[in-house]
Design a protein around this ligand. Structure first.
Ligand code: NAG
Ligand code: NAG
Ligand code: NAG
Ligand code: NAG
Ligand code: AKG
Length: 446
């Protein structure tokens, strides 16, 4: 691969450095408010646990029926790929070469080592130059999103008493813990964060369970072709995660499940990104044995490094890693290619929505990741598998899914939903009781 822009990696972002020197007591008081919270997922005590629970939530249920179906005409897939006989590895270098060659077809002044912001982009050019090859920011696809009007006040008023899932960090990312608590408590502390004390609402279910919100986040031309709705509902990924973080909040450095292509739409705030071209797993200290723990299993590609505050002593090789940087602002829609490690950092309070898609350019990769993890046996694919159209391949693959996996998926989602809902009811009762008591007190005083 060619040279990549090597961005300032030695130092944390300016804002972080600056604040680090201050006394870190903006709101180190998380401890005093944590005990007030009713922790639903009491078993979550580490980032690993949190990731498991949050990702578990991602397994879809019968609640939402997606109407998203593939729409564009499809060509046959390459006959050279035969998933039924051997492991397939996507050739990212070949993809880069293809990208460079394809650039000649179009009249655009591409930033070869940075991230283009595009408004008038045809679907064909997207597929030729960016999709499964390089990140891109789309600057107009969110113009008509009703969600652009979402405000703290609206969420507080309408959903304040309802529970959300979030992570809270005191210290470093490694000290993250998962919490489920009423939204208004998260909102109450939106402005109270410091480099070592922050919260991040990361909820896969919140929007998906509220159709009035879900429909305010429409798909666009580039994400429309999606084969995930062909998965049985029990194992279909949720595709609309609410990400609302205080300043300093961040994700981990990771690749998405099944190496899918990710999307991230910023509604409010300022999100910073570090995006790593594929092939650097060694420099990112990616463990080789991680399992994602979904009913439809997959390998987990997570790096233990916090790319925004790397511990160079513990991870010396990270210094050699190359990455692209991006500052993403409201109305900007980022597409993260399959297989690229990425980490987001919210430079100020930031609200965003993430999603994913499986289309003609990544479906073989996703199917391979599923086969590799072993929920479906490779040998069960018929000889004619590769003569099927891509969506039919996906449907066929899914028809081989053991019933036990479907049952697990269904049960897991139901359990999680029940848990949150039960807590909501409990919470409401508690609130009523509290109000009654206050009323009585007032009466007494009068
Ligand atoms: C998915 O990404 C991982 C991590 O970079 C890589 O090892 C794996 O080969 C990728 N999967 C496919 C099918 O290319
Ligand atoms: C959120 O609503 C609660 C009442 O439930 C109120 O006390 C609080 O001030 C509100 N916060 C904001 C930021 O609107
Ligand atoms: C956070 O601070 C901003 C700017 O000072 C203010 O407009 C906003 O209301 C505050 N939000 C909360 C939830 O306190
Ligand atoms: C894929 O492998 C199977 C099993 O060995 C074989 O029967 C089939 O012809 C192969 N398909 C292609 C397109 O090479
Ligand atoms: O925190 C973020 O915005 C990053 C989210 C992300 O990378 C993901 O959903 O895969």
């Amino acid at each position: 691969m060619a040279k990549f822009k090597i961005a300032q990696r030695e130092q944390p972002p300016k804002k972080l450095q600056h604040l680090r020197q201050q006394k870190q007591a903006l709101w180190v008081d998380l401890k005093s408010y944590l005990p007030l919270l009713d922790i639903t997922y009491s078993s979550i005590s580490s980032i690993a646990g949190l990731v498991t629970v949050i990702l578990a939530i991602f397994i879809s249920s019968k609640l939402m029926q997606s109407s998203r179906i593939p729409v564009k005409k499809l060509e046959k897939s390459e006959p050279s790929v035969n998933l039924s006989t051997k492991q397939f590895v996507y050739d990212h270098q070949a993809a880069q070469l293809e990208r460079t060659n394809n650039m000649d077809k179009y009249d655009f002044n591409y930033d070869r080592f940075g991230i283009d912001r595009r408004s008038e982009l045809t679907l064909q050019e997207f597929w030729d130059v960016y999709d499964a090859k390089w990140p891109v920011v789309l600057t107009t696809v969110m113009d008509d999103w009703p969600a652009r009007k979402w405000s703290t006040e609206l969420f507080n008023k309408t959903y304040g008493e309802q529970r959300i899932v979030m992570k809270a960090v005191q210290g470093t990312l490694k000290n993250a813990r998962g919490l489920a608590l009423p939204l208004h408590l998260f909102i109450q502390h939106l402005n109270d964060s410091s480099p070592t004390s922050w919260t991040y609402l990361e909820d896969e279910l919140f929007l998906q369970q509220r159709p009035e919100l879900y429909k305010q986040v429409p798909r666009n031309l580039y994400t429309e072709e999606d084969f995930f709705p062909l998965f049985p509902k029990e194992v279909q990924p949720w595709d609309c995660m609410l990400l609302w973080g205080t300043a300093y909040s961040r994700s981990s450095l990771h690749i998405d499940p099944y190496n899918w292509t990710g999307t991230n739409a910023v509604l409010k705030g300022h999100k910073k990104w570090k995006l790593f071209p594929p092939g650097q797993d060694d420099l990112l200290y990616v463990p080789q044995d991680g399992a994602c723990g979904f009913p439809l299993d997959c390998f987990k590609y997570n790096s233990p490094v916090d790319a925004f505050e790397p511990d160079h002593e513990q991870y010396p090789k990270f210094k050699q890693a190359m990455y692209l940087e991006l500052d993403q602002f409201p109305g900007e829609f980022l597409i993260i290619p399959t297989g690229w490690f990425h980490q987001a950092y919210n430079a100020e309070e930031t609200m965003a929505v993430s999603g994913q898609f499986m289309n003609r350019n990544n479906y073989l990769i996703i199917m391979e990741e599923i086969l590799k993890a072993g929920s479906i046996k490779r040998q069960r694919l018929p000889a004619y598998f590769h003569s099927l159209l891509p969506p039919d391949q996906v449907k066929y693959l899914m028809s081989l899914l053991p019933k036990s996996v479907l049952r697990k998926g269904k049960k897991l989602t139901e359990d999680i939903i029940q848990q949150v809902e039960r807590k909501n009811q409990k919470q409401m009762k508690e609130d009523e009781t509290r109000k009654e008591i206050e009323k009585k007190k007032k009466k007494k005083q009068n």
